[in-house]
Design a protein around this ligand. Structure first.
Ligand SMILES: Nc1ncnc2c1ncn2[C@@H]1O[C@H](COP(=O)(O)OP(=O)(O)OP(=O)(O)O)[C@@H](O)[C@H]1O
Length: 959
């Protein structure tokens, strides 16, 4: 067992790795990716049950609150049973011949509306109710005063019925027809109101007006609103007599609740867009999405899997919400499927809206704020429309209303408002009457909104992928290459190849030529050369501007009157500062080579790797990976860009980012299966020559994946969740993922961080074994690792390459030189001050420090004593010299000179030791470590920086 608690298999050195044992190809396929991502989403949701139930039930709780509000408003005290409309002639008319119950003024007796009303009275209350014209309202009032029993209601028409006789134009709101009813009641209570016959008179007049409009539109007229009074079948609830339901009379509380319904329903959806927003932003921030993209995951597969998952969840959420609306008697008469359809269509929109919002949210901590702002916008949009467009006294045309439905919350709110209204008055919405009001249009527009918003979400996600992601050009979907049409056109990197070669020895390179080892390119076969090629790569980030500009709304105000100015460096009004983190990097990595990438914290290693991965665009410079000129490189104009380039590069790339990009709730086996599906890994057979044998494709793939886990010693842990893994185990899994699918280019960012010494050595072995056939770029802070693995080592400092060469070159060139260790002859403590002791007959000289040091300094005048103990002494023999010592020679020539001196020094030492003149028992020589090289280079850089600052100060003082 190692420190991490895993059982180790046999030594890697003694067995074949997965890469050596299987023939593997990568052929990513969108369908396979979508399926794998969907399964991953389902797994994560099932395992994170608390979160999933919360997301599922949050809208449902909100619905329950609505039900409770309604129940409290419709309490027993407010509830009034449905009562039939009374006839005008019941218990009022004392005579059967000269009753004048229905007085009117404002229109002549010949007006069609009076004819229509007369017809109804004849049909329902024949011979007992007669319409009677009065010249004006005063005359009508006087008639009432004279005989109140015979005169029940009077109607004052405020204009002729001419408007009602015009056919309806759908584009224009119909002109109004206005009238007032005079009736004898004093309180706005149900019984008095009905007994005064007000409602009955209203029913007659309204129905008469409706009939005139229907006739004008060529529709058959409706019958009288009341049945025949003498019909024996008519009791209290005869046809037409339940014309007004109790809902109109239950009091103020209920009508407020009804108006609240749309707002409440919109409120319920916050959880939906917040859920989508949180997932996308979090996966972006944790760079999981970036890593999956690096493995070849397409944006379409990612978004579709997320949308599918969320919308399946939405179907269930909306079913529950409908159930509660029906069970809670908010909607009792309407068709439940229609309500569900409205809710579901809006929930689909909410998913797209959450995706769109993710484009502007960089940080998971800000998701709830943004989600709340979205809620305000949604509710506010509906509220504004309800008050200004749909409210009483406002009329919008059908077209205007339909256009307003482009805002999904307006369409949803209006639908709920309409359904609530119909529930109260006319028995709810069914398929029979769905097309009569705005509901059908709202449903249709919610579907249109879905198409529109999903397109926008998809487009914005591609064009604004955030800090880590490859931004597509604004017209990407119009380019055939995005859709995979036409032959793949590799951006022509040949031109750039020659350009790079020509510029190799220019400018700064030439000045620092002896900092770089001359690499003999002819040793590398042509087809293996420059698998990764970076030239003049620069990257600048701008730091965030002062906090004053971030204050919502106020910040906008400040920007206008106090624009951010980059010369202001600190404080609330500081302008954006450009920071160059990669400053003209040149690099080449060949096949079968590991290039170690060293540098201090913040030197720009991760940024450089991210650029080579295609995840971050360089500010300037060129990056070529396996012959493909990466998008964003100089020389690739937007027009030339084949949209498949990055996908092609990523197919051949394996990456291990600096931070583990693993799903905590998945097991190691599920993780590697997920990434294998994303990469489209297929095993074509075993390398041993047995081909596929009797094994199915799946068996072969499982065998390969298992072998890969075995290579990093995680086979025993494969069914355990990543969340239970130690830091080192997570790194090992990340390394295994980087080598998945036989990538031709592998980028490893500090892969062995956190691993114990034993595991680290095993992973080194794996990397060594796996380097055949690929170019590996490895960043590390471990000098030992760079020394052990790096065929060549590049040291980066403040964004530029300080040096590049083999480990030996760096040690020779920048090390402190050689260490000469001498073992002294031992003496007992009592004899310490003696110069010589007798061993048998021979006198043996004890260690003579002065004589030895003089001898060493004869060959290396700058030699110094580093360690001097009772048993050993170590001299440092420098191989670097001052300008005077160089005497016109280059640093490398000087090193060669120093090295050439070594044999003579050794011959001399040997002679002296044999002659028993130094008191030295044995001699050892060692080269300085890479760590010392690194430290000395950093010190040199710091020294130069300080000198420059000093010079600048002096120049400034002189001015
Ligand atoms: N998105 C960003 N915005 C602003 N500055 C950034 C951004 N990413 C990196 N930097 C800055 O760029 C510099 C280089 O960062 P980078 O992560 O590339 O360094 P590194 O060499 O990998 O460091 P380490 O060894 O600590 O991982 C740092 O100063 C960092 O603050």
């Amino acid at each position: 067992m190692d420190h991490n608690g895993e059982t180790h298999g046999p030594s890697t050195a003694s067995r074949l790795t997965a890469q050596m044992s299987y023939n593997v190809v990568s052929q990513p396929a969108a369908g396979q990716q979508l399926y794998a991502l969907l399964i991953k989403n389902i797994r994560i949701r099932i395992r994170d049950l608390a979160q999933t139930l919360n997301a599922l039930f949050q809208p449902v709780w909100m619905m329950l609150v609505l039900v409770f509000l309604h129940l409290s408003a419709k309490s027993a005290s407010n509830h009034v049973d449905v009562k039939a409309l009374p006839f005008l002639s019941v218990d009022t008319c004392k005579s059967t011949t000269d009753c004048t119950y229905f007085g009117y003024t404002g229109v002549p007796a010949t007006d069609p509306i009076i004819t229509e009303i007369s017809g109804f009275l004849t049909a329902s209350e024949p011979n007992t109710v007669v319409p009677k014209f009065y010249a004006n309202e005063e005359a009508m009032q006087a008639a009432y005063d004279a005989s109140p029993v015979n005169f029940v209601v009077g109607v004052v028409f405020l204009g002729p019925s001419t408007n009602l006789l015009k056919p309806t134009n759908p584009a224009v709101a119909p002109d109004q027809f206005q009238y007032t009813i005079l009736a004898n009641h004093t309180a706005w209570v149900y019984n008095e109101y009905l007994n005064s016959r007000f409602a009955t008179a209203q029913a007659y007049v309204e129905r008469a007006a409706i009939n005139l409009r229907r006739k004008a539109n060529g529709k058959p007229p409706l019958s009288s609103p009341l049945p025949l009074k003498t019909d024996p079948g008519v009791g209290t609830t005869g046809a037409g007599r339940t014309f007004l339901s109790y809902a109109n009379f239950v009091g103020l509380g209920s009508s407020i609740n009804g108006a609240l319904n749309p707002y409440y329903v919109i409120f319920c959806y916050q959880a939906v867009w917040l859920g989508v927003l949180s997932i996308i932003v979090e996966e972006k921030k944790k760079k999981i999405r970036m890593a999956m993209s690096m493995m070849g995951m397409t944006q379409n597969a990612y978004l579709c899997s997320l949308w599918l998952m969320q919308n399946i969840q939405n179907l269930a959420i909306c079913a529950l919400m409908t159930f509660i609306l029906v069970i809670g008697r908010i909607f009792t008469h309407s068709n439940a499927f229609i309500i569900w359809l409205v809710l579901v269509l809006f929930s689909f929109n909410a998913t797209a809206i959450g995706t769109m919002a993710s484009v502007i949210v960089p940080d998971p901590k800000k998701t709830s704020q943004v989600s709340f702002i979205l809620l305000i916008i949604m509710v506010g949009a509906y509220g504004a429309c309800a008050a200004l467009a749909f409210g009483s006294g406002h009329s919008v045309t059908t077209t205007q209303e339909t256009l307003l439905f482009l805002i999904p919350s307006v369409a949803l709110g209006r639908s709920i408002q309409y359904i609530t209204g119909l529930e109260d008055a006319l028995g709810g919405v069914t398929f029979d009457n769905i097309s009569e009001g705005p509901l059908a249009r709202a449903i249709y527009m919610l579907a249109v909104d879905c198409i529109l918003f999903y397109f926008l979400a998809w487009y914005l996600d591609a064009v604004f992928p955030g800090e880590f992601g490859h931004a597509l050009p604004f017209d990407f979907f119009l380019r055939p290459s995005y859709w995979g049409v036409g032959v793949y056109h590799r951006a022509d990197s040949n031109v750039v190849h020659s350009d790079l070669d020509q510029s190799r020895t220019s400018g700064k390179d030439r000045a620092n030529a002896d900092m770089f080892e001359n690499f003999d390119l002819s040793r590398v076969p042509v087809e293996d050369r420059k698998i990764i090629q970076v030239k003049g790569m620069r990257k600048s980030f701008s730091t965030s501007i002062g906090w004053a500009y971030h204050i919502p709304l106020w910040g906008l105000f400040v920007r206008i009157f106090y624009p951010p100015n980059s010369s202001r460096k600190t404080g609330p009004f500081a302008g954006a500062q450009e920071q160059e983190v990669v400053a003209g990097l040149d690099l080449e990595v060949h096949r079968n080579e590991i290039l170690g990438f060293l540098g201090h914290n913040g030197a720009g290693k991760t940024t450089s790797l991210s650029i080579i991965m295609g995840m971050v665009k360089p500010t300037t410079g060129t990056v070529i990976v396996n012959g493909n000129l990466l998008p964003g490189s100089e020389g690739v104009t937007h027009r030339d860009l084949d949209m498949r380039t990055l996908g092609e590069v990523q197919k051949q790339m394996g990456v291990c980012p600096q931070h583990d990009v693993l799903f905590e709730t998945l097991t190691a086996w599920e993780t590697i299966q997920l990434y294998a599906a994303i990469k489209g890994v297929k095993v074509t057979g075993r390398k041993s020559g047995s081909g596929k044998g009797d094994h199915s494709d799946k068996q072969l793939l499982d065998g390969y994946l298992e072998h890969l886990l075995e290579d990093v010693y995680l086979k025993e842990k494969k069914h355990e969740r990543v969340s239970t893994f130690s830091g080192g185990m997570k790194r090992k899994l990340s390394v295994a993922l980087a080598f998945l699918g036989d990538p031709k280019v592998v980028l490893l960012d500090e892969p062995t961080t956190g691993m114990d010494v034993f595991t680290r050595k095993q992973v080194w072995q794996l990397m060594q074994d796996s380097k055949a056939g690929r170019a590996i770029l490895l960043t590390t802070h471990s000098m030992e690792e760079a020394d052990a693995l790096g065929d060549r080592i590049a040291i980066l400092s403040h964004g530029h390459l300080q040096t590049l060469g083999s480990s030996l070159f760096l040690k020779n060139r920048f090390g402190l030189g050689y260490r000469l260790s001498l073992e002294k002859r031992r003496v007992m403590l009592a004899d310490q001050h003696k110069q010589a002791v007798h061993v048998g007959d021979d006198e043996v000289v004890l260690f003579d420090e002065i004589r030895t040091t003089t001898l060493v300094q004869q060959y290396f005048p700058d030699a110094t004593i580093e360690v001097n103990t009772a048993t050993d002494i170590t001299y440092v023999l420098p191989t670097t010299g001052s300008v005077e010592q160089l005497q016109g020679r280059s640093a490398q020539e000087y090193i060669q000179d120093r090295k050439a001196v070594l044999p003579t020094l050794f011959a001399h030492l040997d002679m002296e030791i044999k002659a028993n003149r130094l008191g030295v028992k044995s001699v050892g020589l060692a080269l300085t470590t890479l760590e010392e090289v690194f430290v000395s280079l950093q010190e040199k850089e710091e020294h130069e920086k300080l000198e420059k600052e000093e010079l600048d100060k002096r120049n400034a003082a002189n001015k």
